[in-house]
Design a protein around this ligand. Structure first.
Ligand code: FMN
Length: 210
């Protein structure tokens, strides 16, 4: 599909055809695109739990203030962000070194920088959420391109999600994303503020003309 069309047609869909499944092959195709998302230092903090089993959907529903599309969707993806950037740093450094893009000095600076990313929990969370949110957007656009609708869900009890799905403490639950085939089109798109309201040229307050 044309990129502009994908962006324009993606909507937050909350009514799904509960009889249509998302296959392993479709998931694989989606996540092969998701992995290409940009991330801080290419550290790729994202990991995902795909929930398709009916019992597990019910457990997730119980963490989301009863948002019924969680249960109705073919799958809900729990997007996790690791708050430990060192986790993949060794592999990233080895890749850069192997490609001739990282010498010993650069490697040392890289590890020092990685260490400094998450000096406290607030920084660690922000760091994990940034890159993982971009991956979540890739997932929603990739799904739209395959004719699969989605909805981001931020209204959930993180502690409950972690407990129900065995998620370690050093991961942030960034977003849930329902996926499926819509049974009813989304209502008219809610208002969007345009170019002149959201863009400042050169300095804050110098809004662009519409
Ligand atoms: C961070 C975030 C959290 C959201 N949380 C929820 C949610 O808990 N439940 C829900 O139904 N929609 C949720 N949404 C979807 C928004 O309501 C939706 O994107 C917005 O109304 C614009 O509609 P559109 O996506 O169809 O253009 C969330 C969106 C974002 C980006």
């Amino acid at each position: 599909m044309d990129f502009e069309k994908v962006v324009k047609e993606r909507r937050s869909v909350r009514d799904y055809d509960g009889n249509r499944a998302i296959s392993d092959a479709e998931l694989q195709r989606l996540f092969e695109l998701v992995k290409l998302s940009p991330s801080s230092y290419n550290l790729q903090p994202w990991e995902f739990i795909v929930v398709r089993d009916e019992e597990n959907k019910k457990r997730l529903l119980g963490c989301t203030n009863g948002q019924k599309h969680i249960e109705q969707a073919s799958a809900t993806v729990i997007a996790l962000g690791s708050m430990n950037p060192s986790g993949k740093a060794e592999a990233i450094a080895a890749d850069r070194t192997g490609k001739g893009a990282m010498d010993a000095a650069k490697k040392e600076a890289f590890f020092a920088r990685v260490k400094s990313l998450t000096l406290n929990e607030a920084d660690a969370r922000l760091w994990a959420v940034g890159s993982t949110s971009l991956a979540a957007m890739t997932l929603m656009l990739a799904a739209e391109n395959m004719g699969i609708s989605s909805c981001p869900v931020g209204n959930f009890d993180e502690r409950k999600v972690k407990k129900e799905f065995g998620i370690p403490q050093d991961y942030a639950v960034v977003l849930l994303i329902t996926l499926g085939y819509e049974s009813k089109p989304a209502p008219e798109r809610p208002v969007r503020f345009g170019y002149e309201k959201i863009v400042h040229l050169e300095k804050f307050g110098n809004n662009a003309e519409g």
